[in-house]
Write a protein that binds this ligand. Sequence first.
Ligand code: ZN
Ligand code: ZN
Length: 421
Amino acid sequence: MTQTATAPEARTQAENLDLLADVAVNVGLGLRPGQELVMTSSLDSVTLARRITEHAYRAGASLVTTLFNDEESALLRYRHAPDASFDYAAKWLYDGMAAAFKSGAARLAIAGTNPALLSSEDPYKVGRANRAVSQAYRPALNLITRHEINWTIVAGATPAWAAAVFPDNAPDEALTKLWEAIFTTTRIRTADPVSAWQTHDAELQKHAAFMNAKRYYALHYRGPGTDFRLGLADDHEWLGGGTTAGNGVYCIPNMPTEEIFSAPHKDRADGTVTATKPLSHQGTMIEGIQVRFENGRIVDAHATRGQEVLEKLIDTDEGARRLGEVALVPHSSPIAQSGLVFFNTLFDENAASHIALGQSYSSCLRDGDKLPAEELAARGANDSLIHVDWMIGSAELDIDGIAASGAAEPLMRGGEWAVTV
Ligand code: ZN
Ligand code: ZN
């Protein structure tokens, strides 16, 4: 691994990009000598993609194949393609990716899209196109979500994404600011980013292990507009940071990542929760969300803005009114401290403690990946077509862990961990 001798504040953009690529390949992916790499990137992120390619070959990659996409070209489809196009996806391409993963390739995605790209396109066409891709990608995506291969996601700033995050700045300034935010939140602006990531990963693992040893029955949240008790699924497991993939390679799938997360019990949420950040859903901002749960189900939902979108969202199916994820993030994490809304799940999901409406992760239950759907449901795992994270953490949130005996223990106070691990 390369280390720069330059002090963090004196580094050039090129040095920071190189460090990000080094961390992505050698810490995020843990790429093995002789391993193939399949990368996806926006054309706007080609500079980062080249740095990652160099680090991958220096780590011994046998072949790096990058699939570039272009947002302008994606829009041309909506302008000019025949209607039947929107039920179509390049299945041959996704089958090829699945074949590459099965033969040992690692996967790296450079995230960074214009969050408003499709906001003025026909939602019916957008929905059909998304569904076609979901179906075609499923065999390859299953290998990723089951962690059979080592994979990671890192972010690359693009002009359109930067304009959405910093609408009041000139294009060049906005792009510089977004890169700065990416470097800060991915711990690149530290003396030694590789060891900063190793320390951070160890902290996440320790907190997950603490929660797994405690085996709390429920969590109790208290804060402004929030008094909420959330039961945890039977046999739940807390996860966070890196994981050893099925191919034996240790990888950290998301960069940044700040959360430890688990599966709540779909029938055991009671009380009122108020969101602490706006929720960006399919190009719409839902603000001022306040929801009341009874026996795990949302019985009352309000938003000061985007109420209709919220109602439509929770009416998607029965599971959309119930919770599928609980995640703890301290308020001192770099993303929370940035105070930014990134309009990108990789960052926004790691900005605060959150819960998610909809689908659970089967990996958050002991041996969950091997259990049939009925068994997962019997343990309290939720099933839905949606998985939408919403932020409920703040500097004013207190959380207690509730033992099976009913005894309460302080877990977080004022948004920070109240336990030493
Ligand atoms: Zn999460
Ligand atoms: Zn989530």
